[in-house]
Structure formats: structure tokens, C-alpha cells
Design a protein around this ligand. Sequence first.
Ligand code: ZN
Ligand code: ZN
Length: 276
Amino acid sequence: MGTGTSMGVPTLGCRCAVCTSVDPHDRRLRPSILIRWKEAGAVGDPSDRERVVVIDSGPDFREQALRSGLTRMDAVLYTHHHADHILGLDDLRPLSFTVFRESGLPIPLYAAPETVDVLKRIYDYTFKPDATYPNRAKVELLPLAARNAVHGVDFLRVALKHGDIDIDGFRFGKTAYLTDVSDIPEESFALLHGLDHLIISALRHKPHYSHTTVKQALLWAERIGARQTWFTHIAHDLPHEETNAALPANVRLAYDGLTLPINLSSANPSQTVESL
Ligand SMILES: [Zn+2]
Ligand SMILES: [Zn+2]
């Protein structure tokens, strides 16, 4: 749903070649992905239920949800507490009302303790026990576990470093989403075998203290060995066409609106679609 870095591309006030590019691939909203799948109906129920999960709800979430035609939401998983990943939480409100009318349940939000603390602080009118704001989002913070099951699909937590902080990537079926990474702890590589798609951040060529460069991301991509690697969380330093032309064939810059059929598990190989 978004492949840009924290400021988005174009960056406000910037007149560089990428920020003024007419190529739609050079327009990048804040980072997020959407995973949709059909959950088989119960025995005797012919209707397959569409399930919808997003990883992160940043400041562009509303626009992204409109573009993707989202009308409901089954869960949100958070990678970490930075603004570009959490500031769209309030825009879950209308979707949460629909879900609540359907099921009587809030939307589960899976997050690590530090992210939970920040969300509770920013959205105190939603989460504090004595909250009285009547139109607050019907959402529920849940602790992120090593394995998080959402309507039959497992989202495995993949520990990552983002500068000084510990953050989380996710593996679901044969796809992994690792954004805002500056280092991958050795033990996390064990969770990244046999991937069809690796989606990993690659900010720019110039080093940054909390984000990986294209060069480092390429080294990890080679080690992980996914069938296809997609770069995301991209700054305005990287023009889409020109950067892609210099990458190996199985590595590409992702772009907003990219949609990939993915395998969510061997037990549930039904048609699945993921879009950035
Ligand atoms: Zn970020
Ligand atoms: Zn971040």
C-alpha cells in the first residue's frame, strides 16, 4: 500500500529529479502492506470469507485504504512505534465500527510492548480504561507472540534491529516483510528459508544509522535466497526505472499498488493476494 520512507516521496518542498518525476512509480506513500485471502467457509457454508490484514497503519492509511477498497479489517500487525508506521490508527475507526457490527468484537492490533506503550500514550482517548469518547476506534491491543494466528494464517515474528531499537518483521507462508531494518540478528535468518517473496527495506545508497542501504539489502537478499526480492521504504534518492536497471533480475524496487499472488501456507494454498 506504500513503499516510501518516513517523509514519503515526493518529499515536501523538494525539487529533486525523483520528487518531480512524472513516473507514477516514483510516488511513494508511507510503508504498509495489505494481505488478503479467502478463508474457506464452515462445512455447509458455501461462502468464502475475505480476510484482510495490514502490517502497519501509517499517516497515509486512509488514502491507502480508499485505493485498496477496504471496507473491513481482521487485524493490524505493527512492526514498531515510529510515526510513519502508526499514525493512521484513528482511521481504523469506520472499519472497526463495521467489524463490531458484524461480530461484536474489536479489531485486534498486535504489537510489541514498546509499541503498545506509545499507542496507549498517543491514543489515550481510545485505550485508557476510563475513555469516554463515544466514537473511539473499536480496537484491542494484543501482545505480539512468536506466532500470531489470524483466521488460519500464521504471522511469524522476525526479530530485527532498526538503529538502536528492536523491531519486528513478519513471515506469512512463503513471504516475509522486513521493513526499517538496519541489521538482521543471526537467529532470524532461520525463519527466512524457502521464501517465494522477500520484501525488505532499502532506503538509499548513502549509509543511514537506522536503515539499510541498497548494497547491504542486496547482500541479505542473496543470503536469504528468496525467489524474488522487493525493496521498500525507499527514499527520494532512488529513481524507480534507473535503480531497477542496475539490480539483479530477481530483485526489484517495489512500488505503491504492486500486487503479488502469494502462498500463505502449504495447508491453505487457496488464492491469495498481497498488495503494497
Ligand atoms: Zn519507517
Ligand atoms: Zn522506523
